[in-house]
Design a protein around this ligand. Structure first.
Ligand code: MG
Length: 410
């Protein structure tokens, strides 16, 4: 067979690259009821994490996942979630074969309907690859035609069965642990797979090895230590713990207004403040707690106060607004969140807020379960302009800053 030409000159600098994710295995060593690629770590399946990580890479045009026929339902649920935000990236899945090699081949044949220039073959059990690694793989395939990521080996590796009980130390400098994604000129690896299958060879466990068998020179580029493979229950437990320790900071905004009416007090931050008027509201009309509740819900991406406590619901008639705020705080806690800071401004001509500021701060801090140093309450008039300036009502703005476990969403 004539060698296929695939030098760097024949591939454009922005070659169209696709990922082929191998997810057809049964993954029995990982334990659990589901194949390992569908098991969750920190609230998201391994496969979904792998696809989302690939999608982060700007030069990767599409991805095809090779699935086991029995896993179609599990896969469709993941695909539906991902396609909500990434139309066109995820191609219809291919159905795998009895071996990893057969599954890769099925994926390559499916991709061949609209062949990319470069294909990155990746194991679903490696969900922690970075977009930098993907970019490096694409570039390595563009330059070398066939390239696999390798990481230096830190342990001393002894080769046993050398006739001596303790075997021999292999020279560490020349050892590399080989990972995926392995990157190839599409036509070249498709041809190599077809030839291996025609030769009756079905047991290659990695595509670099198959390519080498087919006479293709395989380049090794720099892999990533973080790009570990999840195989055993302990790998899953470690990954879960690590992800849960990662956090992100989010902010949310809240705003609320109520009109003054008959009465002799207003509620602000859960504190009763004497005034010449009262508040017209379904609940106790605490604008400050309403704004803070919306700010927390905003940071969580969890709707708004009207959604959780509809004014049409008689349960909330004359309700203490601290119930609403407590619920928002509870929702943040449930998500593993930590309230870092709450800042609010009350806007009115009267009553005067300044003398009540410390009591309001203490009240909000107590309900939120955080230190007073993490609560700020400010007040302003609106210079007699607008509805607050005319003394028709009272308004409040708030911002909540939350720390959330990174894995709870995304
Ligand atoms: Mg309100």
């Amino acid at each position: 067979m004539a060698p296929i030409s695939s030098t760097a000159h024949s591939i454009s600098p922005v070659a169209k690259a696709a990922a082929l994710v191998v997810a057809a295995g049964r993954g029995l060593r990982a334990g659990g009821e589901l194949p390992k690629q569908y098991q969750h770590i920190a609230g998201m399946s391994v496969l979904e994490r792998a696809i989302r990580a690939l999608r982060e890479a700007p030069n990767l045009a599409s991805a095809i996942v090779v699935i086991h026929p029995e896993d179609r339902e599990h896969y469709e649920a993941i695909a539906a979630r991902i396609c909500e935000t990434a139309d066109g990236f995820l191609l219809p899945p291919a159905v795998g074969g009895p071996t990893r090699q057969a599954s890769v081949r099925a994926g390559l044949e499916a991709l061949a309907k609209a062949p990319p220039e470069i294909v990155l073959i990746h194991d679903a059990a490696r969900p922690f690859l970075s977009k930098t690694l993907v970019e490096r793989a694409i570039e390595a395939a563009r330059v070398h035609g066939a390239a696999v990521p390798g990481v230096p080996v830190n342990d001393t590796i002894r080769q046993l069965s050398t006739g001596r009980a303790y075997g021999e130390t292999l020279p560490r400098d020349s050892l590399r642990a080989i990972q995926t994604p392995q990157a190839f000129t599409f036509a070249k690896i498709r041809d190599a797979h077809a030839r291996a299958a025609a030769a009756g060879l079905e047991t290659f466990t990695d595509d670099g090895g198959l390519a080498e068998w087919a006479g293709i020179e395989v380049h090794v580029f720099e892999g990533e230590a973080e790009n570990t493979k999840l195989s055993l229950p302990a790998d899953f437990a470690r990954a879960d713990q690590q992800l849960r320790s990662q956090t992100e900071t989010r902010t949310g905004l809240g705003y609320d207004v109520h009109a003054f009416g008959e009465g002799d007090f207003v509620m602000l931050g859960g504190i009763k403040i004497a005034h010449t008027q009262g508040i017209i509201a379904h609940s106790d009309g605490d604008v400050l707690l309403h704004a803070l509740t919306d700010a927390l819900l905003g940071a969580l991406g969890d709707g708004d106060i009207g959604m959780h406590f509809p004014p049409s619901d008689p349960r909330w008639r004359d309700a203490a607004s601290r119930l609403f705020f407590e619920e928002a705080v509870a929702r943040a806690r449930k998500r593993g969140g930590r309230i870092l800071h709450l800042d609010a401004t009350v806007i009115c001509e009267a009553p005067r807020i300044g003398i009540h500021r410390d009591a309001i701060r203490a009240s909000i801090a107590a309900i939120a379960g955080i230190g007073e140093g993490r609560v700020s309450v400010k007040a302003t008039t609106s210079e007699r302009l607008g509805f607050t300036g005319r003394g028709e009502g009272i308004a409040a703005q708030a911002i909540a800053t939350l720390e959330l476990p990174f894995a709870e969403h995304g």
